[in-house]
Design a binder for this molecule. Sequence first.
Ligand SMILES: Cc1cc2nc3c(=O)[nH]c(=O)nc-3n(C[C@H](O)[C@H](O)[C@H](O)COP(=O)(O)OP(=O)(O)OC[C@H]3O[C@@H](n4cnc5c(N)ncnc54)[C@H](O)[C@@H]3O)c2cc1C
Length: 463
Amino acid sequence: MRPSPSLVSGKLIIGTALARSNGTGAPAVLTHHPCHRTIISIAVKNEYSIAIVGGGIIGLSIAFTAVEPGSKVAIIDPAPGRGTTWVAAGMLAPVTEAYYGEEPELDLSLAAAARWPSFAEALEHESGCRIGYRQVGTMVVAADNDDRTFIKELYDFQANMGLDVQWLNPSEARELVPQLAPSTRGGLLARGDYQVDPRLVADALVKVAGDRTYDIIRASATSVEPVTTGDHSIKLDSGEYIKAEKVVLCTGAWTSQVPGIPEYISTAIRPVKGEIVRVSAPEPSRLPSHTVRAIAKGHSVYMVPRLDGTLVIGATMEEKGFDTSVRSGAVYELLRDAREILPVAGELSFDEAIAGLRPATPDNGPLIGYIDGIGAVGTSSADSGSGAGAGHGRPGTGKSLIVAAGHYRNGVLLAPITAEAVKALLLGDVGNIPPEVLPFSPARFADTGLTIQTGYSRNREPV
Ligand SMILES: Cc1cc2nc3c(=O)[nH]c(=O)nc-3n(C[C@H](O)[C@H](O)[C@H](O)COP(=O)(O)OP(=O)(O)OC[C@H]3O[C@@H](n4cnc5c(N)ncnc54)[C@H](O)[C@@H]3O)c2cc1C
């Protein structure tokens, strides 16, 4: 069910919360049932210690990891967990997402993947919900000899970087995944590229936020302004205002649309559309045991098998602004290429085709750090410099407004490490920011004049 804002006694009631835990203090039984969201009304309080604007996987993970239970927290989002997070395939793939010239991103992704086991365990424990974290590896296979040449070059690059990859000849590949088409030309295996179900993660995170009595305010923020006391005033589309001592902006691809943020932030993040298809098997055993990525006659495609029998097939990549319509040809092409590699993909029930907006940046890395402009509080020498803890050195730089956005194709993978970094930022403890996050300060876009890459020559995600 999709909750909607309502008015009670003249006051806007826009909260959601979830079925409460059993109250015994014992870990809840792991089952899907308590993870379904039920709506209760929460009056908007006027003042919070922390306001998280944007409740996708990034904002919700920050609420889970970076905030002490008991804090007065507001998560502001008209549809928490239903942004790009709801569309994502959930691959946790530092190795098969490693590309030439993106070494800082690789370091960040490896550090993020290393945090997933404890993040998943803590989230399942506190929420009592399964989140579909599966430690099964990822294979990248070729449909023909040209595709194989491309994958071999990728393998050489990854192996030279010291990454955990193994070359598979065709029969070795089919031994691991018997569902592969007999014509498949082999490829590589990345044993440590796992997966999670982002929808289950989002629901579990919302449940925890409700259990901790954080206010989930179902509204859009239409402005974030500093006020003289040092707090921020957030205007909601309902017309109401709330105040917060610290604000974390986690608005994904929509970050440029939040009025008032510095131009160097809003111009750095742009939406890149991705379409994805979900099909399902009545018996999950019909699906491959591993995530299968492939080049099929020059087209990249991936297939992510879930424990419930769903096979997620993705994904396109297009610069179409904020358009989230699904192009019929995209669905056809994704299914065609999936079937070329895994013939069973053509035999399953069609469940869904959906498009989402990746929050892309000029260098494909996220923006995690303090921002200035509207956070004109707490100027300090620690604000200058180039790390993620830095503003960009202009007078008025503050430490009470933080951005965590622009996670592009890897926001699910990067959620735990982003939340850890934001925890340090909220505490003003920049020495505790994971070192792999430091290159991703928003300050890098302040004066660089980096141009935005647009107009992809391909219309698919690379393998
Ligand atoms: C097809 C596809 C496949 C993908 N597959 C993967 C994958 O396999 N692995 C991976 O790691 N990543 C993947 N991604 C990328 C991943 O989905 C994103 O990087 C991630 O969702 C970003 O999380 P987020 O919380 O920043 O953004 P979102 O999930 O989009 O959340 C942003 C939230 O902000 C809210 N919001 C926006 N404006 C406002 C406002 N003014 N006020 C209040 N709230 C606001 C929105 O409602 C939304 O809920 C994929 C993306 C796509 C499109």
